[in-house]
Design a protein around this ligand. Structure first.
Ligand SMILES: [Zn+2]
Ligand SMILES: [Zn+2]
Length: 328
């Protein structure tokens, strides 16, 4: 078929237009990162460069060096590491405060200036003052390891506003993730806050300090991470995706996909040989709405849920936590 010049011009125009339309909907992919780790800039045992190298060489795409009341300048590190592979350091700090014998640690993500703890006249006020300071600095606040020294309870967190993130898994050996002795597990604490209407997303982190000695008594890397779905590997894109909850947390379970829409919550799990899974879809009050052994578990919303989230437990002992879908 012979095309006239006008037909050819129209055809080419449509091609160009088609490319432009495609570009307005950027493709997304999953990026693996750890948001909580220490270096020699506080109580870690390795330099920022050594720590960044460990994560880059172990399949992570982003990392936050969160030293106690110290903001590590990551510009130089980013130049060195990004040149080798796609890898990004997102600046951050562990704002480390106390109220009496209670430890109040609030991480600040995508931070541009160093912050010092604000203090307060109760645990809740101490958290709130630090959260407010971090928000004023245009960074993202996360409440760390609430059960460390049994410092922060649900009653404290119910009084706090604008938090955004809560650690639901921390890889440090003495942070009491699963609760006990009358204290809630971090899963239970998260559900208490979600049921009260707080819009909080759950993260899993390493809180690694030890890169030179390995063992159960040490806080080693590679235990807790998040997988973020974003259009590009930049601090702005990763932070925005975390803020809107487009990620899942993991202590070892890998998900191929998480989808919500059309009244359904759907997950695709990546399985390893002999591994088995139980997925719990969880709603108000921490109630299990449904349980599935499927590789592609799905939950259809009834319309009465305030929120639905899921936890995938592996027979290997690890879990993945997906983010709450706020239905109302
Ligand atoms: Zn801490
Ligand atoms: Zn820490």
């Amino acid at each position: 078929m012979r095309l006239t010049w006008i037909a050819r011009f129209t055809f080419l125009s449509l091609l160009v237009l088609g490319a432009a339309v495609t570009q307005t909907r950027p493709a997304t992919r999953w990026y693996k990162g750890n948001l909580h780790t220490h270096t020699l800039n506080s109580d870690g045992d390795s330099t920022p460069h050594e720590v960044a190298t460990w994560y880059r060489e172990h399949g992570y795409q982003f990392l936050t060096l969160s030293d106690h009341n110290y903001l590590t300048d990551v510009a130089g590190l980013n130049a060195v590491h990004a040149a080798r592979e796609r890898f990004l350091l997102i600046p951050g700090e562990e704002v480390t405060d106390r109220y009496g014998d209670k430890h109040v640690h609030v991480n600040a993500y995508n931070l541009s200036r160093e912050l010092q703890p604000r203090h307060g006249n109760s645990v809740a006020e101490t958290i709130q003052n630090n959260v407010d300071m971090i928000r004023q600095a245009m960074a993202m606040p996360s409440l760390n390891h609430p059960n460390f020294h049994w410092s922060v309870t649900k009653d404290d967190l119910l009084k706090v506003n604008n938090l955004g993130l809560l650690e639901v898994y921390n890889g440090h050996p003495t942070v009491n993730n699963v609760g006990g002795g009358g204290f809630q597990s971090l899963d239970e604490m998260w559900d208490t806050l979600l049921t009260a209407g707080k819009r909080i997303h759950g993260i899993a982190v390493d809180d690694a300090h030890h890169f030179k000695k390995m063992g159960q008594e040490f806080s080693n890397p590679g235990k807790g991470w998040i997988q973020v779905r974003a259009s590009e590997l930049s601090a702005a894109a990763i932070s925005a995706a975390i803020e809107r909850g487009d990620f899942y947390a993991s202590s070892g379970v890998v998900l191929e996909d998480v989808r919500t829409g059309g009244g359904e919550y759907r997950i695709t799990i990546k399985e390893r040989p002999t591994e088995r899974f139980t997925t719990y879809f969880i709603g108000d009050g921490g109630k299990v709405l449904a349980k599935s052994f499927d590789k592609k578990p799905a939950y259809r919303l009834t319309g009465s849920e305030r929120y639905v989230r899921a936890r995938v437990d592996s027979s290997f002992g690890a879990s993945a936590w997906t983010q709450p879908l706020f239905a109302r």
